[in-house]
Structures are given as C-alpha cells and as structure tokens.
Design a protein around this ligand. Structure first.
Ligand code: SF4
Length: 473
C-alpha cells in the first residue's frame, strides 16, 4: 500500500537542521498523515512541536527511529486504510527497522483501548485532544521507557492553537482550521464522537494564524472546519462567519481564501454580500448536502429540506458572480427507495454543481442510523453511486467545455513530472487535492515559473474534468 508519508520536500518551512545533520537531533521520525484537511492541520501542529523540541523529520520510514501514524476513523474505507498503515509500521518494527510506532488522530480517539487490544505492539496512542502532548510521549519512548502510553484527554473547551505548525502542503497553500468539532447530530455521522462539540477559535486567533501563513509565503488559504457556517455560535452566541471573513479578506499577504465545509444554514444576506463583494475570498463554496429527498434528509436529521437547499443555492448563485459550488452526497442510506434516489438524481441535474462527490452509506456502529431498519444493499448503494457520478460527469464535462476561451488566474502547484515546460495548476474553480487540475504550458521562460506563481491564462482546451491552458502575456 502506497502510504502518504509526509516528506521533507513537501515541507515548506526550512528544516530546523540541514539535511543529514543528525548531530543535534534528538531522534528522527517519519509521519503518515491520513484523512481530511483538518487532520492534516493536526499533523502539522504535532510536527511543529516535534521540530521545536529538536526531533527531525525524515521522509523515508527506513531511516526513522519512530513513526507517527495520524489516523482517520470517519468511515469503513478510511478505517481500513488507517489500520493498514498501522500494520505496515508494526511489521517494520518487528523487523527491527524502526523502534516505535505512535498512533494518533480520530481512529485512536474513537477506538482507544479496543485498538490497543487488537494491536498491543503499538507503543503509544494519542487521542485527538492529547496531541499537544506528543513531545512528552516521544521523549518517554526515546528515553527507553518501555511502557505503553495512552493519552486521551476530554474535548478541549477551546480549540487548540495551530500557530506552531510545520506545513506539509506545498509552500503556497495551507489549510486554516477555524473551529473544532460539531454540534449537529446527523444520524450517519460519528465525527462529533471523535472531534467533540463545536468550539470556535476566537476571531483574533484565526486572523493571527492567517497572517502567519501569509507572512510565511502562503498565497491560498483554505478555510476548513466540520461546520464552517456555524462559526462563532458557541463562542459569541451567534454565527460570526461574516465578521471573520471580512477580517480575513483584509489580509494583504494572502491572495486567495477558499471556503470548505459549509452547512446549509446561517447563510444570510450579510454573509452573501460579504462573499459577493470580497477581494480575496474566491467565488467557491464547498457545501456537503448529503441528499435531496425530504424523507432522507429527515432520517439523516439534517434539519433542512430540498426546498430550503434550493432557496439557499438560488440566492448564492444569483448574488455571487461565477460561483463554483461543490457538494457531497450519500447513496444507500437506510430506507432510501428508488423514488428517493430519483429525487436526488433530479436535484443534481437541476442544480448542476461544478463539483459533486458521492459516498455510499457506511454503517457507523455508534450512530443512530446504524439502528435504522430497511438497510439498502451494498450493490444497490453502489449502483446508485455510479449512476449519480455518471450524471455528474456529464455536467462537469459540460462545465469544462464552457470554460474554453475564457481567461483565468491560475496558481501553479507543481511541474508535471517527465513533461518539460508543463505545469500543474488550479484556478478559483479547483480546490487542492479533490477537484480537477489545469495543465499550463507555452511559457516563453519556464524557468521563471515556480510553485506558487500566479499566472493569467487562457483556457485553450478541456480534457474531461481537467483543463489545458496557455499563459496570457
Ligand atoms: S455537520 Fe453532520 S455530517 Fe458534518 S460533521 Fe457535523 S454531524 Fe457530521
């Protein structure tokens, strides 16, 4: 299994010690970071602390003393990937290639003792809210204390600061987590059990973290949370996303602000006006909706209806120019009938999202939906998944084709391997890692281009979900 080992080259901050200089290092570590961008920010935060304390990251497991596996526990497939990564590291430990395996993140938080019972060779487990103590855990291991450690802390009453972090995304973009946890009770979702209740970072703290990112060379800040539109409700007694975004939109060292994980609620005129009139906030919104049949939305406890979702999308689209909408849907939720699915498919055809992802329902044992009758078979769930993806593919391809001949600002992410002079980039319409890409070539002086360059381009062709572009003078 190809493991997402965080590598030095990815790391933007200059390593605290020159490559290969182990003399002053207290130990070498490798990190496997799994799951969502919020978990990646946690990884970066732990790396920042390990660096500060003299540990040095290496980008091959073989040259590491210990490995940190930051896990995901969201759904079946994510858990399998996490368990697979842990087992691979434990195998290397048995072979004597590494000394210690430390497991952190959502799967650790969710399974705790159960995971240790099944894998007693794990040297330490650190839950989501214990991650600030990663250094003391490693110190004990490095000092030879041969005692299994378990660090599980109650959900913090304030989100942990992410100011100290070693970015592992390319230098020019970074995720900014504005809150932790979630207060909603969607019946299929176990996230509140792993991430706790919703806690917003104070506006000043978020603005400070954003400024640090901008000052460190980040051009694109991707806002993440479990529930972005709920921001501030816990801390200020009312949603304060609009106020936060107005503050962030003033930060001159940042070019782009991208918004992920909206919930279809608290999207009022003030928020829409702020998005429509913003300088740096991109006309891009990710808003997972999960379904469009009122029967399913009720069973999912989404506290919304198709009509409300349509009304919100209508207001957003009519007031924000060139808005790009991304969403996520679930097929095969217990009780989903052909009629429910037909309604979902009809909604997708009607709304023409620029990006739409689909999950098949995953039974999460400690969630209310797991007890619901009328399970849908995996075969039917997958058939509906494929049908919805096929509907969306045509919509996405049409959108790509409609962009040929238009001009876009493209941020360059990286050179295309083995293709001299061709670069991979994204525009306002593509989020990192989850959407299509733009191939840019035809530079007079390709040497003048680098990751993070912002290039005015003409879209010259479409290639399915992706685009081909050429720089405009
Ligand atoms: S909004 Fe619903 S689906 Fe999203 S994290 Fe919260 S409970 Fe889970």
């Amino acid at each position: 299994m190809q493991l997402p080992i965080v590598s030095e080259t990815d790391s933007t901050a200059s390593p605290s010690r020159p490559q290969g200089d182990d003399s002053a290092s207290r130990g070498r570590y490798a990190v496997i970071s799994l799951g969502c961008p919020k978990n990646l920010v946690d990884t970066e935060q732990m790396l920042g602390r390990l660096d500060e304390d003299g540990y040095r990251m290496v980008d091959t497991v073989d040259s590491a003393d210990f490995v940190v596996v930051n896990t995901c526990g969201f759904i079946d497939s994510a858990r399998e990937e996490s368990l697979g990564a842990i087992d691979e590291m434990l195998a290397l430990k048995r072979e004597g290639k590494i000394r210690n395996v430390v497991v952190t993140g959502c799967l650790a938080e969710r399974q705790q003792g159960k995971l240790l019972e099944a894998r007693p060779e794990i040297d330490a487990m650190v839950g989501v809210f214990g991650r600030n103590e990663i250094v003391s855990v490693i110190d004990r291991l490095q000092s030879g204390v041969d005692e299994q450690q378990k660090i599980f802390r109650p959900a913090a009453i304030r989100p942990l600061s992410d100011a100290v972090r070693r970015p592992v995304t390319p230098r020019h973009f970074a995720y900014l987590k504005i809150s932790e946890g979630c207060d909603r009770l969607c019946t299929f979702c176990a996230i509140p059990k792993m991430r706790g209740k919703h806690y917003s970072k104070p506006i000043e703290q978020v603005v400070d973290e954003a400024k640090r990112l901008g000052d460190s060379g980040v051009r694109e800040v991707v806002i993440v949370a479990q529930d972005t539109t709920y921001y501030g409700k816990d801390l200020y007694g009312e949603p304060r996303l609009t106020e936060l975004l107005r503050e962030l939109d003033r930060i001159e060292s940042i070019d782009w602000i991208r918004l992920m994980y909206f919930y279809p609620m608290y999207i009022d005129d003030a928020l829409i006006e702020t998005l429509a009139g913003a300088t740096r906030i991109l006309p891009y919104i990710d808003m997972p909706l999960q379904h469009a049949s009122d029967t399913m939305l009720k069973r999912m406890a989404r506290k919304t209806t198709r009509a409300v979702q349509e009304e919100i999308l209508g207001r957003l689209r009519s007031q924000i120019d060139n808005l790009v909408m991304r969403t996520t849907m679930i097929t095969g939720f217990p009780g989903e009938t052909d009629e429910d699915f037909a309604e979902l498919a009809d909604f997708a055809r009607q709304q023409r999202f620029e990006h739409l992802g689909v999950f098949t329902y995953s039974v999460e044992e400690d969630t209310p939906a797991a007890k619901l009758p009328n399970r849908v078979s995996a075969r039917v769930a997958q058939r509906r998944h494929d049908e919805l993806m096929a509907i969306q593919q045509q919509i996405a391809f049409d959108w790509s084709a409609s962009r040929v001949g238009t001009a876009e600002n493209v941020i360059i992410d990286s050179p295309l391997p083995q293709q001299e002079g061709v670069w991979i980039g994204r525009s306002r319409g593509e989020a990192p890692d989850i959407d299509g890409i733009i191939y840019v070539s035809g530079f007079e002086d390709s040497a003048a281009v680098a990751p993070g360059s912002m290039i005015k381009c003409e879209i010259v062709a479409a290639d399915g979900y992706d685009l081909i572009a050429a720089p405009l003078d």
